[in-house]
Design a protein around this ligand. Structure first.
Ligand code: SF4
Length: 278
């Protein structure tokens, strides 16, 4: 993916709904945990969501379309007002819009009472190795969770997180190493409703960072940076990633696994390199 993205400069022409929705929720929750001001948090969320309400270049996940989340009268209005592609976009967007409001309310009820002092939000980490290469990342929240200072990552997801996700989390082990904080947690807000058609409780997965996993992650980064420098780009051995990358097949799947060219694939484009730009 690195090669296709940074060297071949092949990009999607579409925007991704999980990314847009995730950013809106992240920004709203960052405000919420710091100021505890519901109104400010909702204002941020709504402003960010409204930016793409009529942007019909957004690619939605299949499960984003969930009319059960949308009030009946709104659904009737959308059905009467829009056609075809626009209708699909509007139903998906409204499904997420209402779920986002539910997430923020649920976070206030279920998470804030467990959260004490907030140390940082959106803190940048910059880890340098001996060769001067850097890994840069942003931590959602560092705060007291159930009385323990914890590195917290807020997630929205279409399904529950297995315990193994946090036990082997490269991202959280890296942040834990950078901050010298052992306690790590995922707070997962599920977009899929229960069989009763209601939002599921927010999932809190807590764990103590394991030095073995941390060492493995650091070694993997060094190895990967070395390969980038020597222009080695082996395919991933985890084939599931090829078929399920944030809920969709890897966007390069047809090039990488089926040998197609960029021109043969809808929604992909090759950016000009700097030398080609006149
Ligand atoms: S299809 Fe698989 S191996 Fe190929 S770029 Fe995507 S994730 Fe990597």
């Amino acid at each position: 993916m690195y090669k296709y993205h940074y060297i071949d400069r092949i990009r999607s022409t579409k925007k991704s709904s999980p990314l847009l929705f995730g950013i809106a929720i992240d920004e709203a929750l960052n405000e919420l945990v710091v100021s505890r001001d519901y109104k400010k948090s909702i204002d941020i969320y709504e402003e960010m969501m409204l930016e793409w309400k009529y942007d019909y270049n957004v690619d939605f996940l299949r499960r984003d379309e969930d009319p059960i989340a949308v009030p009946e009268e709104v659904l009737e209005f959308i059905n009467a007002e829009y056609e075809q592609n626009e209708l699909h976009h509007q139903v998906c967007w409204h499904s997420l819009w209402y779920k986002g409001h539910e997430f923020i309310n649920a976070y206030i009820e279920q998470i804030l009472p467990r959260m004490g002092k907030v140390i940082e939000v959106q803190k940048m980490i910059n880890l340098k190795n001996e060769n001067g290469d850097s890994i840069i990342g942003y931590q959602d929240v560092i705060a007291e969770l159930d009385g323990v200072i914890t590195i917290i990552d807020n997630k929205t997801s279409s399904s529950s997180y297995a315990k193994s996700k946090i036990v082997g989390s490269q991202q959280l082990h890296l942040y834990s190493f950078a901050e010298k904080i052992d306690s790590i947690a995922y707070i997962v807000m599920r977009k899929d409703y229960s069989a009763k058609g209601i939002m599921r409780p927010i999932q809190v997965l807590k764990h103590e960072a394991n030095p073995e996993v941390t060492n493995g992650v650091l070694n993997l980064f060094d190895e990967t940076l070395g390969k980038i420098q020597s222009q080695e780009f082996p395919k991933t051995e985890i084939k599931r990633t090829c078929r399920n990358h944030f809920g969709k097949p890897c966007m390069y799947f047809e090039i990488c696994e089926m040998g197609k060219s960029v021109q043969q694939i809808e929604n992909l484009e090759k950016l000009e390199t700097k030398k080609e730009i006149k």
